[in-house]
Design a protein around this ligand. Structure first.
Ligand code: GLO
Ligand code: MG
Length: 348
């Protein structure tokens, strides 16, 4: 199987299985134990929330945070791992209740900015320049609760301040149309990239695209990835799957729609994503029914599906593809793809 790609996931992808309707069903796994899992599952990169890397950071001074982050870097090094990115977790603290950067309360907006600067400090210590902004609560439950024009100004102001705070930091916005909010302010890749172009340094702002989020927006993940790739703006991906319009499921990659997964891999191949050295992130959740000893298989399984689809993309006969396209016979192309995915000869 292809060795060209590097894979990452976040500590939150190994979890206790709680959902809004029921408590945890599996014991907690410590960060140290999780880090030991990475290599055995075939992963080299760790995605961090700021407080995954430095727990209880709200209790610490900026100097102490840097010190703890340095210790985390050593831990990573000992496991042969690297940090892919750091993301400020603005959605759990009570000051983020109304959103961080777009909160109506100026004190909360200030808190969000300071917390994000600490996330940048942590990223620097962990040896990564990538800051991911999943703008979880930057939106509304009811439209009238915020002035959206002001909200966009606040958002731009915050991102500009972060770009100015560290001239090396690169920001990847992870768009999602809803959940936890009814409506998010940057719901799609197009919104995020238009927004990026308005910042003080557009060259340092791009996107992280998650399969499930794109499906929730009613769009096609592979086309969204192609759109970002064509502009040199695809900074990371969160591959997973989503079975229609419901809660954000974070299913294993390819498990709901193998053909759509094939097309995402195809686009990453066409766009030369592996050669950029960027990680293939898998933001997948184990089913609540999984027993503890097998509650990490979803990660290895998603990686396996990705790598097998790389082989499927690479082995699809180019001449057959060209012939179908030249004849404008897309029915022939489609059945050839389906046969290929079913393990049959495309040109039966
Ligand atoms: C939730 C998001 C979330 C982010 C992570 C990194 O819907 O996908 O998992 O990817 O917090 O910012
Ligand atoms: Mg995600």
């Amino acid at each position: 199987m292809s060795q060209d790609y590097r894979f990452s996931f976040g500590p939150w992808n190994v979890h206790e299985g709680a959902d809004p309707f029921g408590p945890p069903v599996r014991p907690s796994v410590s960060l140290g134990e999780k880090l030991r899992l990475y290599k055995t599952l075939g992963f080299d990169g760790v995605q961090f929330h700021d407080d995954d890397a430095v727990p209880e950071l709200e209790e610490l001074t900026p100097g102490e945070i840097v010190k703890r982050a340095r210790e985390m870097r050593r831990l990573l090094h000992d496991e042969g791992l690297v940090a892919e990115f750091v993301a400020p977790r603005l959605w759990e603290d009570s000051r983020g209740i109304d959103g961080g950067y777009t909160a109506n309360d100026p004190g909360c907006r200030q808190w969000a900015l300071e917390r994000s600067k600490r996330a940048i400090d942590i990223a620097r210590e962990l040896g990564t320049e990538l800051l991911v902004l999943w703008l979880a609560r930057e939106g509304t439950y009811i439209r009238e609760s915020k002035n959206p024009l002001e909200a966009f100004r606040h958002l731009l102001d915050a991102v500009n301040k972060l770009l100015e705070y560290d001239p090396k930091i690169v920001i990847a916005i992870e768009p999602k149309p809803n959940e936890p909010m009814d409506q998010a302010y940057l719901p799609t890749v197009g919104h995020a990239l238009a927004f990026a172009s308005q910042t003080v340094d557009p060259a340092r702002v791009g996107v992280l695209i998650e399969t499930a989020h794109v499906i929730l927006a009613g769009l096609d993940p592979s086309d969204e990835m192609a759109f970002a790739l064509s502009m040199g703006k695809l900074l990371s991906v969160h591959l997973n799957d989503q079975n229609g319009l419901k809660f954000d499921e974070d299913k294993s990659f390819g498990s709901a729609n193998l053909r759509a997964a094939f097309n995402q891999v195809r686009v990453l191949e066409l766009g030369g994503y592996a050669a950029t050295g960027r990680f293939v992130g898998l933001d997948v959740k184990a089913m609540r029914t999984q027993k503890p000893e097998v509650a990490m298989r979803h990660l290895a399984n998603s990686r396996e599906v990705f790598l097998r689809l790389v082989e499927k993309v690479r082995t699809f006969p180019r001449d057959l593809e060209a012939q179908c396209i030249a004849n404008r016979d897309y029915e022939a192309l489609e059945i050839a793809i389906l046969r290929h995915l079913m393990g049959l000869s495309p040109a039966l």
